[in-house]
Design a protein around this ligand. Sequence first.
Ligand code: DAH
Length: 333
Amino acid sequence: MDPLQQYEDFANAALTALSAATDTAAVEAARIEFLGKKSGRIKTLQDLLGKATAEQRPALGAKFNEVRQRVTAALEARQQELAKPKASLTGIDISLPGEQIRLGRRHPLTQTMDEFRDIIGRMGFTVAYGPELEDEWHNFEALNIPADHPARDPLENFYLATAQAVSGGPVLLRSQTSTVQIRVMEKSKPPIRIVSLGRVYRPDTIDATHSCMFHQMEGLMIGSDVTMAQLKTTLRLFATTYLGRDVTIRFRPSFFPFTEPSVEVDMSWGQGWMEIGGAGMVDPNVLRAVGFDPEEVSGFAFGFGIERFCMRRHNIKDIRRFTENDVRFLSQF
Ligand code: DAH
């Protein structure tokens, strides 16, 4: 066959293979097949050139160079094309500016709890956690709440029938974070200074200020000489740090089985007062239940509703907003 024709055939075959190659691996395969240094088909063309007579050589040499350049150029062009983003393949023009990404934010209650931990942490309280599924010992008995206390009415609590069958004893969704007081005291020795933040559950009728699930911050301080004055100072400092100096708190005498004396705590709100939780000096029966000697140690405890603080701070009128998952509400914080 005419060597010039063989050169032309080589070029045509190489260009066809390159334009059929749709990815870089296929282009590389074509490069090796045609231009490969060791066994590429271009070697045959070189051999032809070697065998050519002196008269043939100038024309053949020129053709060889021309063919090699053409195939090399086509190879490079194909390589570049495939390296470019495939706008036409996906229909997306990635050179256009993208849609603006809207960043999410922390839920207002999460923000409140983070700030609570921060403020109370500066007063030396560390954070403890407890389970949301509780037994009656931690939710009631160790807290000096006897079996006939109205708070233990099954209709006032979420008892779990199946969990009960597994554990042997009654199990309920905790109705208060005071459970964590017991769990901490069972495991540690005084002095103790902890808070615990988390969810509690009660079958309350849901309205603007009540929910069947809400959050509490429990506090506990145990030492050799803890006083009610320290309790009041801690709560006043805490409330004014979170809500501002114009907030006043007041104590009203009250009753809780796990504190003696007990108080209810209110904060000023507009012309009136809003209850924010309970507090008191830890009842000797509670100290005994966890193996502490009431003659040796004393302590204070408090429990706050976290939603109420957040509502006052941000002027939120309805507690249901927190759980409706409405972005128009959530994006304001
Ligand atoms: N556990 C109480 C409740 O959920 C609140 C409370 C009152 C907690 C007095 C305390 C306390 O630690 O001392 O209603």
